[in-house]
Design a protein around this ligand. Structure first.
Ligand code: SAH
Length: 219
């Protein structure tokens, strides 16, 4: 079996093992297809290619990491995306999660605070055929008002609180996933939904480890 097929089996096993917490016993077929399609080795740091299909986060420089494939799959799954939906990602990082979202047919806007990472992700995304993704370099906590509202928002770095601007920019019927918790304490992946009337509901999904959301002052 090739490394990518083996990784998909591991991801499916982890979905089964965590189903009691997440309520998602398996990734949907479109999420599996997207994970099959995107070449993770094109997004890892140079030299890490042999480990690109390990089910682990990997360093990408500047103290940041490309997220663990299972976590990418779970966060994507929780967004319940439909083709053509408008999605905001805060924390482009390597661009791998960005590519998975684009592969699902979403219109993706992604913000990265570390300029060299933003530049590298832009190059990798363009080289892999995802040049249509809208990228911005800067603090993602204020969201992207010109592109709002969003059907889905994914934050790939952890903070003690959900930035209020992001909740505001979520469309009624929208879904948002983000790791929430104190810097050195436990963090939990949170799913936030906004119903048609605009009422917001939060649900804790799973304990997770994530790099912190930083940048721009006002912490
Ligand atoms: N989805 C990425 C995850 C990278 S780690 C991947 O799988 O590669 C989280 C990223 O969030 C880092 O690149 C970090 O620089 C970025 N980040 C942290 N705080 C941010 C902020 N306030 N605004 C935008 N990006 C931020």
């Amino acid at each position: 079996m090739d490394a990518r097929a083996e990784l998909l089996e591991e991801i499916e096993a982890e979905f089964r093992a965590t189903a009691g917490l997440t309520g998602r016993p398996a990734p949907s077929s479109c999420v599996i297809a997207a994970l099959r399609q995107v070449r993770r080795e094109a997004f890892v740091a140079p030299g890490s290619e042999p480990r690109a299909y390990d089910n682990r986060p990997l360093p990408i420089g500047h103290g940041q990491t490309i997220s663990q494939p299972f976590i990418v799959a779970l966060m994507t799954e929780l967004l319940d995306l439909h083709p053509g939906e408008n999605v905001l990602e805060v924390g482009t990082g390597s661009g791998y999660q960005t590519a998975v979202l684009a592969e699902l047919g979403a219109r993706v806007c992604s913000i990265e605070v570390v300029p060299p990472l933003a530049a590298r992700a832009a190059a990798a995304l363009a080289a892999q055929g995802y040049g249509q993704v809208a990228l911005r370099t800067g603090d993602g906590r204020p969201g992207w008002p010109e592109r709002a509202p969003f059907d889905a928002i994914i934050v790939t770095a952890a903070a003690p609180k959900v930035p209020p601007a992001l909740i505001e920019q979520l469309r009624p019927g929208g879904r948002m996933v983000m790791p929430v918790g104190e810097p050195h304490g436990d963090r939990e992946l949170i799913l936030i939904t906004k119903d048609a009337a605009g009422a917001v509901t939060r649900r804790g999904i799973l304990p997770v480890a994530f790099v912190p959301l930083t940048g721009g002052g006002g912490d």
